[in-house]
Design a protein around this ligand. Sequence first.
Ligand code: FES
Ligand code: MG
Length: 579
Amino acid sequence: MTTPRRKTPADLRSARWFAPDDLRSFGHRSRTMQMGYGPEDWADKPVIAIVNTWSDAQPCHLHFKERVHDVKRGILQAGGFPIELPALSLSESWVKPTTMLYRNMLAMDTEELLRCHPVDGAVLMGGCDKTTPALVMGALSMGLPFVYIPAGPMLRGNFQGQALGSGTDAWKYWDERRAGHLTKAQWLGVEGGIARSHGHCMTMGTASTMTAIAEAMGLTLPGASSIPAPDANHPRMCAAAGRRAVEMVWEDLTPDQILTPAAVKNAVTVAMATGCSTNAIIHLIAMARRAGVPLGLDELDAIGRSTPLIANVRPAGQGYLMEDFYYAGGLPALMKTLSDKLDLGARTVSGRTLGEDIAEAKVFNADVIRPLDNPVYHEGSLAVLRGNLAPDGAVIKPAACDPKYYQHRGPALVADSYPELKKIIDDEDLDIHPDTVLVLRNAGPQGGPGMPEWGMIPMPKALLKRGQRDMVRLSDARMSGTSYGACVLHVAPEAYVGGPLALLRNGDIVELDIPARTLNMVVSDEELARRRAAWTPPPPRFHRGYGWMFARHIEQADKGCDFDFLRAEFGPNPGEPDI
Ligand code: FES
Ligand code: MG
């Protein structure tokens, strides 16, 4: 490995703002002095942006208001100059219709915040689902050295002495409530006990998956993603990240040296071994492409087939939650177990190799982090399906569904919108067969809009009352990483843009074969051609503003749902502001 020349103060990007003896720099300096700083604060020092996704509308990042002081402490200790830059907070629990509509907006926010300010390096503070990919995508495109700080999982939930898992147990108890097995008072007990500290969701949902992926990519300090948010190790990690960001500027350790093809492959392998959220597929593709590393569904499926699921954490695993995962050794211990499948020479923000970072890691509970020969599931948790219903692919999480649905054939029952779906699922007298394939369409990137997490379609009451708790469900939507069930997701192209899903009709037979990786409707090509000729595109969803831009530039799920104009190969970066 070649070590690049250390930067000198004159090389600093921020020196272009602060050093020249001219009128513009006078302005930059005098207005920095307006804040109470002097040259001893900034001169010859790396300026480190702290991109903070704290807000009063972001419960998962509540502690970032305090943690930012720990980051600043670290930056000052190492001789840097911290500046906090607030960014879109993108709370999964409050934002409607879905945070996915705004992931790319936060990515643009991040990239342009770093571009337009006198910044040499960055610390990114995120964790709630979309914030991790968004911050990373933006910072990758900007290309300055950065360290990612994961918010950390919240503590386990608690209801009447039972551990509750984010999302997963909400769905489970909601089904019980709809089946008439839970009182209002008990339901309120679940509501008050499921999220009882700051931090992100503590199942292996999208948040835990994405922060694990960031760590496996080498973008966090070793072990950072598993530390529970309220643990005192978390502020210490934040200070260390601040110190490290300053050093990375001097070392000129830019993200292209870290997010190499090897690091992307490591991240996919780790994602599969954790039983990752299906959302991870979209974000992995989007992040890799920002780094100029091509990644497609077939590579993800191939790595999935050869990687056992060894993190025994809900929802794919049984029983345990992220707090247990941390005590069992956390992600470094999981990566140590996977050593033979990883490229240990990949470099990380620590300045060392992944192999050096995890050299001392150990598993302390072999039921939580399983050995390779005793996995939770014999292959990676996700499978990519193709066929005449999804020519560009669809995704399922076999590890989180009943094996009896791995090969399934049944008649379609199709809803064109969520309100239509709601009528179906709430109709107690609905004439529905246990083998029915329940379909929701027009819920993709354009149709949703923003590809909402509607893919774990609630079970119809008519089947719940008969004791059925799972069925094959099919959509062009996503589902929460905390969800489970026989849900086929991300059908591409989506129905709204005329993908074949738009041509499916009630009663058509749908065939799902997970071992063969196929998804088909038993309808002849001639009949499909007739239906296509009769199909008319739905009216546009947006007539102005961000949504209008989104609709014109969003790519399909198999390409990561990035905007086409943000892809690495779309065009060169604008370079530095020249005045
Ligand atoms: Fe923020 Fe789940 S709601 S991570
Ligand atoms: Mg989620």
